[in-house]
Design a protein around this ligand. Structure first.
Ligand code: ADP
Ligand code: MG
Length: 324
């Protein structure tokens, strides 16, 4: 199979929303009149972002999921994406499940594959997504205000827990590993929540590199500081997927390391005024996405961690140190 057969077979489908899809020198997008285009790229490199033996269907899902997560963070509605792919060789046994995972998530979000590039080389997957958002309504990192509640969606730390197990640092029971691994390999982009938070949240971003490090970016962009209650974040690991008792053998430090600095969570981090609490709850409900208030935006720059009694937590966490 040559390059063009491969594109035709796995990555060419009729477009519905775009004016022109795969096959010409450019795709043509047709955003609704007056909308702003939200654009983001994310690259996944073998050995750096995923193991060589990662399930191809999950990899297809994840490659698009991490990009959709960026649109979600901005409150943008997915429109289309391009796929730049370097492959060591043409392998139908890899391409077929990869395309299946990729396009299933694309269909679930009405996000069309409209073009890309295909070349021989070490496995590398680069996607650019295009979304649309009404002018002035994009959620930005720079909008947090003093007094805002600080929220995260879903669960934190499961992906890091799975990574620790896959690297042989810890041992998890098979079903616990399977549940945590699903979060690592097939994250859920919080698109519906991002859309529901337009006009409600003051600021938002997605968590890809770990809560504390990413929060640092938001705080600096907004010129504010924050206080986080670590008795709230510790409960976000395992939430839903498996009982906390399944990881009861691990010390709190390890679990906090996962939730505070883990990475690969692809949850939304956002702030909203206390007066918006019922609106935030409604956004969580309509998007069927759990959200948890983990702290507060403060005027003093920097990030402070407290325990349930309000005492300062002095332990330093990896991504926290970058910011300290
Ligand atoms: P060009 O020579 O103009 O760069 P290509 O020959 O690379 O175009 O690609 C031919 C067509 O196939 C283009 O429309 C391009 O967008 C599309 N395409 C190439 N690779 C992919 C891919 N991996 N997924 C989707 N479309 C692709
Ligand atoms: Mg061309």
């Amino acid at each position: 199979m040559g390059e063009f057969d491969l594109i035709a077979r796995y990555f060419t489908r009729p477009v519905q929303r775009a004016a022109l899809g795969v096959g010409d020198d450019c795709a043509l997008l047709a955003p609704q009149l007056g909308m702003q285009l939200a654009v983001s790229s994310d690259m996944l490199v073998e050995g750096r972002h995923f193991f060589a033996d990662t399930d191809a269907e999950r990899l297809g899902h994840k490659a698009l999921a991490v990009n959709l997560s960026d649109l979600a963070a901005c409150g943008a509605r997915p429109l289309a994406f391009t796929l730049a792919l370097a492959l060591p060789h043409v392998d139908a046994l890899w391409l077929e499940p990869f395309a299946r995972g990729l396009l299933a998530l694309a269909d679930a979000h009405g996000c069309e594959l409209v073009g890309g590039d295909t070349t021989q080389g070490p496995l590398n997957i680069c996607i650019t997504v295009f979304g649309e958002v009404p002018p002035g309504q994009a959620l930005l990192r720079s909008g947090a205000r003093v007094g805002d509640d600080l929220y995260v969606s879903g669960t934190l730390g499961d992906a890091r827990l799975a990574l620790e197990a896959l690297q042989g640092h810890i041992t998890l029971a098979p079903d616990t590993l399977a549940a945590a691994r699903l979060r690592l390999e097939a994250p859920t982009p919080r698109v519906a929540l991002g859309l529901a938070l337009r006009g409600v949240a003051h600021s938002a971003m997605d968590i890809s590199d770990g809560l504390l490090g990413d929060l640092g970016h938001l705080l600096r962009a907004s010129g504010v500081g924050a206080c986080i209650d670590t008795s709230k974040t510790i409960n976000l690991i395992a939430a839903g997927a498996y009982p906390i008792s399944a990881i009861g053998q691990f010390d709190t430090e390890l679990l906090q390391q996962c939730t505070l600095a883990g990475g690969d969570d692809y949850e939304l981090l956002f702030t909203a005024a206390p007066q918006q609490r019922s609106a935030v709850a409604a956004a969580a409900r309509t998007s069927a996405t759990p959200v948890t208030c983990i702290g507060r935006i403060e005027a003093a720059p920097g990030l402070r961690l407290i325990d349930a009694q309000g005492r300062a937590v002095t332990q330093r966490y990896a991504s926290f140190d970058h910011f300290a």
